[in-house]
Ligand binder design. Sequence first.
Ligand SMILES: CC(=O)N[C@H]1[C@@H](OP(=O)(O)OP(=O)(O)OC[C@H]2O[C@@H](n3ccc(=O)[nH]c3=O)[C@H](O)[C@@H]2O)O[C@H](CO)[C@H](O)[C@@H]1O
Ligand SMILES: [Mn+2]
Length: 333
Amino acid sequence: LPFPVVLSVLLVKPMFSPRIFSLISCRRTDVLLVSPWLAPIVWEGTFNRDILNAQYRQKNFVVGVATFAVKKYVRFIEGFLGSANKFFLSGHRVNFYLFTDHPEKVPSINLAPEKRLFIIPVQNYSRWQDISMNRMDIISNHIHSHWRYEVDYLYSMDIDVQMFEHIGVEIIDTLVGTISSWQYTKPRDSNSYERHPESRAAIPHGEGDFYYAASFYGGSVSEVYKLTTACFKGVTEDRANGIEAKWHEESHLNKYLLYHKPTRLLSPEYYWDEELIRPRIIRVKRLSSVRKDLQELERLTLLLGGLRELLVPCSSLDSLVSFFFCREAKCVL
Ligand SMILES: CC(=O)N[C@H]1[C@@H](OP(=O)(O)OP(=O)(O)OC[C@H]2O[C@@H](n3ccc(=O)[nH]c3=O)[C@H](O)[C@@H]2O)O[C@H](CO)[C@H](O)[C@@H]1O
Ligand SMILES: [Mn+2]
């Protein structure tokens, strides 16, 4: 071979080793990859899980997941734990902390050896908004009393979700927020922020960057402690003034994350709302909400089938069931 060809082969070959190729392919040009404060935004196609896993394994971290199943939400436990066992930090140490008012209703699930489940009894509240908002207080108290000695990172997740694809160590960082699937196209002018200045969650007009979902956030145990303590303080002060922020603890979370910028952002792949049509940029639906109304409909359709077999055909049966469906759906939503 002529000398220039040999030289270029010698130079180019090492540059394009398979490892480098895999790095080059970790690129997306259709989405925002870095926030204006230089925090990475995690999308499918932007990272190499093998490299991340190898780095993470050396540290032997334990990750905690706090989730709540109060009242009717116990029905979501099986779907949540079953899918999280398979897809959440697969192969890594995870402690699931499940708060419930019905410990006896927790189904037995065979967890992977590196995963542990802790069932923690908790009281219920009559209003679903209070169940949801008080999560911040309960999490902050448990970090102080237990988790700061037990885990390195902590994530809070809704229970009415299911995982369909791996959620791995790419989610690990000091302070992590998930961009809401409802709001990822309209930052800043988002009308979801609490704008009324009387609320502690208020964000002035013209301010705001991303809109984050309260269904999935986390970070180092000390940062999550600061976050949950600050947010619950805001909730308590609002309550004392007879105020409830527009989206409850999510409004307080957004206020907090505006002034304490997340060090890593998860794209809406990490919490996709099933009510939305999935656009092309969401290449992978890793975790999505379980549609509560459909679940209810399914349950009542089964009930209707059962009743049909037991009873003689009754013309008013359909209207009876649809009456119950509407009532039940309201209780759940
Ligand atoms: C898109 C949207 O509408 N999002 C709002 C809605 O999310 P969601 O509709 O996702 O709230 P949700 O009903 O899932 O409640 C949040 C979590 O609280 C727990 N839970 C709630 C109720 C209950 O009876 N039992 C129970 O265990 C459970 O872990 C659940 O996943 O409501 C939240 C309430 O803070 C926030 O206001 C969110 O902004
Ligand atoms: Mn939810």
